[in-house]
Design a protein around this ligand. Sequence first.
Ligand code: NAP
Length: 257
Amino acid sequence: MTTTRTRFTGRTALVTGAGSGIGRAIALALAAEGAQVAVAGRRREPLDETVRLIEEQGGKALAVTADVTDATEVGALVDAVVDRFGSLDVAVNNAGVFRGGQPLADLPEDDWRAQLDTNVTGVFLALRAQIRRMRQQPSGGAIVNIASTFGAHTRQPGAAAYSATKAAVSVLTRGAALDHIRDGVRINAVSPGAVETPMSLRPGETDADRTERARATLPLGRVSTTDEIAAAVLYLASDDASSVVGTDLVVDSGATA
Ligand SMILES: NC(=O)c1ccc[n+]([C@@H]2O[C@H](COP(=O)([O-])OP(=O)(O)OC[C@H]3O[C@@H](n4cnc5c(N)ncnc54)[C@H](OP(=O)(O)O)[C@@H]3O)[C@@H](O)[C@H]2O)c1
């Protein structure tokens, strides 16, 4: 372990979309601060690799395959976490997809539906199952949803449908937070700007192209690292943010400053 922080010792966390990118970084960061972490996604292999990485740093983890668009699978996921670890204290709803790059009129209906299903219905189903569990616990729980600056701030062609889904995540977060804070469940969102994963590459762009674009256009001069997004998520999920409710924390290298 490289950190001495222990904000999540004794707590159980669930991260969706934890087999890659931002989700994996969040899972590793939670484990490094003492949480036992359940990692979820549709494909088994990347989840097993996240578990391996967590165990390698001395942490405890469980991989559960689940599709967040399926209510039964999401219910079974929460049950599996509680069966294994005894509680659900922190949940991070990070699973998401981007399908775009073309003008809205050229977007296939399947791509529209896939984004709505995963990014909006998936977050709703996960929130519902997580809150139903957390509100039974004396200690409640904390949930962080991963939205995007595309939802409320960034204006970029070719991302209308994705942006609409992420605006929905931010609004859903605020509403759910108001509905359930008196149940002891604290809900917030993080809105990343461009992050160092393939999702932020423009059509045809290489990593080097993105580095150059970021240098020229972002106030900070670079995109965010996955660890920087994880740090924001951990803050909101921790007791450091005990009176932060329904907010949407922007982490975007100054893009929307
Ligand atoms: N990268 C950026 O610049 C950026 C910026 C703003 C916001 N975000 C948001 O950050 C989140 C993570 O993005 P990322 O860049 O880390 O992308 P990523 O590497 O593609 O991660 C997305 C993860 O979600 C999982 N997933 C997708 N559909 C799922 C489903 N139906 N059920 C369960 N899991 C599912 C994927 O695993 P499986 O395919 O195995 O299911 C994958 O591990 C997303 O919500 C994204 O919209 C990213």
